[in-house]
Design a protein. Structure first.
Length: 405
């Protein structure tokens, strides 16, 4: 049987994983990437240590995807975190579990994995065409801007793996939305996920403490009570502990216009003990000294307390201890979507079939961050991108087989 021609638009993890599966099934696969190189977001995410997945129990892992979990579960079941680690090792990338349960390559880099992956794909016959930007559909196929001009490329099936709307400078600019919406594809608006938030800091606080890390705290919201750290920015707060609460904080701001992240600045001490420790400080001691000796707070933690609690320096020990144990930082808005690590929103699951095919466009499939799902950082995002890429590839293969029959 003649090879079927499959066009994959997007050279990120979802598209490359689909290309690998389809090439292994004997199809002629072309990957069309608008940027000068493939995997640019993948590489940037791995600059400080590529977090490829998470080692927590699988049922807990699969529950991290919220409302989209039921839709994603078949794809995740078929490509679990354990399968991902075995796949990476097959490319010469050994992995280890960090103290947080996150899984990293031993080399702590994305580039060796991507190089080995590209070599495998090219060995399978996958044609990787960079600087090829898809601009829409034509009656004969895909309209593509190439270094040699505009071309129309015909394929037997197409996978769109164009990413969401975060980090647009790396290629995920969401330029595809209008074209698909015009053809009847249901799309939920994109919103920032795993993002920072603006806070109305005083100019003095912002100038002095922008960039300061806040360590050894817990943060509470509707997402739960989570230990970790974050960073004060000139405009607000950002970092892993903030991202863990970002979805519920964003939703609260959208629903009511108000949200706050509540910090325990001294999680190692009970409220009663903290109040007693503060009460033992001499009445003539300065407020800074009382905080340092009685609560172990100085620097940015002490400054946050002053910034967020009016007249905090005159509070009695019980009230001061309560403020330290439940310091509310009022948030104004999420940071812009272009700064977010990932997004919520995208192609709705009711717009695709069980094989990741678009109901409005037979023969066109989608995968990765184009779909309406979100997840916390910690390896969940990459795992789901790879899993949906594999699932869409399986769907394409079934669709082509059914047409042949």
């Amino acid at each position: 049987m003649d090879k079927r021609r499959i066009g994959i638009v997007g050279g990120g993890p979802a598209g490359l994983m689909a290309a690998e599966v389809l090439a292994a099934r004997g199809h002629a696969v072309s990957v069309l990437e608008a940027m000068p190189t493939i995997g640019r977001k993948f590489l940037l995410a791995g600059k400080s240590g590529l977090n490829i997945t998470h080692s927590e129990p699988y049922d807990r892992f699969a529950a991290r995807f919220g409302a989209a979990g039921a839709h994603l579960r078949p794809a995740l079941d078929a490509f679990t975190p354990g399968d991902l680690r075995a796949w990476a090792e097959g490319l010469g990338t050994k992995t280890f579990v960090g103290s947080s349960g996150r899984v990293f390559p031993v080399a702590m880099k994305a580039s060796p994995l991507l190089r080995a992956w590209r070599a495998r794909l090219e060995g399978q016959g996958v044609a990787i065409r960079v600087r090829h930007r898809w601009t829409g559909f034509a009656p004969e196929g895909l309209r593509v801007e190439t270094p040699d001009g505009v071309a129309v490329m015909a394929f037997d099936a197409v996978l769109l793996a164009l990413g969401g709307a975060s980090w647009p400078r790396l290629g995920s600019d969401a330029a595809w939305i209008d074209g698909l919406a015009e053809r009847g594809v249901g799309i939920a608006p994109f919103r920032p996920a795993n993002c920072g938030f603006d806070v109305d800091w005083s100019p003095v606080f912002a100038e002095r403490f922008a960039g300061a890390p806040v360590k050894g705290v817990t943060a509470q919201s509707a997402a739960g009570t989570i230990p970790g750290e974050f960073v004060v920015s000139k405009t607000g707060i950002e970092g892993s502990l903030v991202y863990a609460h970002a979805a519920v904080l964003r939703d609260a701001l959208e629903a009511s216009g108000a949200a706050s992240l509540t910090l325990d600045l001294a999680p190692g001490r009970s409220l009663a003990r903290l109040a007693a420790d503060l009460a033992r400080q001499g009445g003539k001691a300065s407020f800074s000294s009382r905080l340092r000796k009685g609560a172990g707070l100085d620097g940015v933690k002490a400054a946050l307390l002053r910034e967020c609690v009016r007249d905090v320096h005159i509070l009695p020990p019980d009230a001061l201890a309560a403020a330290i144990k439940a310091l509310a930082i009022s948030l104004v808005r999420p940071r812009p979507i272009a700064e977010a690590i990932s997004v919520a929103g995208g192609i709705r699951f009711d717009a695709i079939d069980a094989d990741y095919g678009l109901k409005a466009l037979p023969g066109v499939f989608v995968a990765g961050e184009m779909l309406d799902w979100e997840a916390p950082t910690g390896g969940y995002l990459l795992t789901a991108c790879l899993a949906t890429g594999r699932a869409a590839a399986e769907g394409i293969d079934r669709w082509l087989s059914n047409r042949a029959d």
